[in-house]
Design a binder for this molecule. Structure first.
Ligand code: PAF
Length: 282
């Protein structure tokens, strides 16, 4: 597996693939601390593209001033090993100055209307940073497809809109949430949890299963479903809900009645760690 550091190398590598003819490129953008969820994205890319590139960049512009940018896990060697094992052909790991040559506040991509919903409401500027860095990666790498996890459902909505609005020509592919055997959605931030907090964090999945069960029984009223979700959270006072929402999966606007495709999403603080999870109502 090749490791590239500069935009010029990324662009050159991608264009050489295209020039050789018959190749397609799948891009898997990540911030590193790779786990089985990332491996499933690489696997999906492998399944539908001839070549797969993983990007590894802890993006400063998507972190707020009080957030975990400094302590975000950075484990380059382990990430290289996992990406290679999962089948990546190339890993792009630029320095901050390479992606932001005029500083991190120079040019931004905004997706108003979506950016300030769900995680965007409690993390102002977060989706602006995500949209900006992903736009840079898609413009430089020109992939046919880019792969993201359903766990970041609001991010997916923002990136779909951004890619379509900017005519980037990259298909945004969304892959299912990968869970641990006990149901906890895999996340690089799970590494922050103490064993006790990890047990409490299972509340997110329990809540999701409760809502899925109610929806399967035919309950469609948002108010009833949300009340049930709040009742689950009341049973575990040490887990603090950030948001509990039923929204349209594309516009992220709240819905009064859940329909197929409606997104039920939660974000919660377990100690000092913020976790998210969701399900699509069937
Ligand atoms: O989902 C992530 O890991 C990040 O938000 C992404 C898409 C790699 C952008 O930094």
């Amino acid at each position: 597996m090749k490791v590239l550091r500069s935009i010029a190398e990324l662009r050159g590598w991608s264009r050489a693939l295209r020039a050789a003819g018959g190749n397609t490129l799948g891009l898997v953008p990540t911030m590193g601390a790779l786990h089985a969820g990332h491996a499933s994205l690489i696997d999906a890319a492998r399944g539908s593209c001839t070549h797969v590139a993983v990007t590894l960049f802890v993006n400063p512009t998507q972190f707020g001033p009080e957030e975990d940018f400094a302590r975000y896990p950075r484990v380059f060697e382990a990430d290289c090993a996992l990406a290679e094992r999962a089948g990546a052909d190339m890993l792009f790991a630029p320095a901050v100055e390479e992606l932001y040559p005029h500083g991190a506040g120079s040019t931004f991509v905004e997706v108003p209307g979506l950016s300030e919903r769900l995680d965007g409401a409690s993390r102002p500027g977060h989706f602006r940073g995500v949209a900006t860095v992903v736009a840079k990666l898609l413009i430089a790498g020109e992939p046919d497809r880019a792969f993201f996890g359903q766990k970041d459902a609001a991010q997916v909505a923002v990136l779909r809109r951004m890619s379509a609005d900017l005519h980037l020509g990259t298909e945004i592919v969304v892959c299912p949430i990968v869970r641990d055997t006990d149901g906890l959605a895999l996340s690089s931030r799970n590494a922050y949890l103490t064993p006790g907090e990890r047990r409490k964090a299972l509340l997110l999945h329990r809540t999701i299963r409760r809502i899925e069960a109610l929806a399967a029984e035919g309950e469609r009223h948002s108010a009833t479903l949300l009340a049930a979700a709040h009742a689950c959270f009341a049973s575990e006072p040490e887990v603090r809900a950030d948001y509990i929402a039923l929204v349209d999966g594309e516009t992220l606007e709240p819905v009064e009645t859940a329909a197929p495709g409606t997104l039920f999403a939660v974000a919660a603080w377990v100690g000092t760690t913020r976790l998210i999870d969701n399900t699509i109502i069937g």
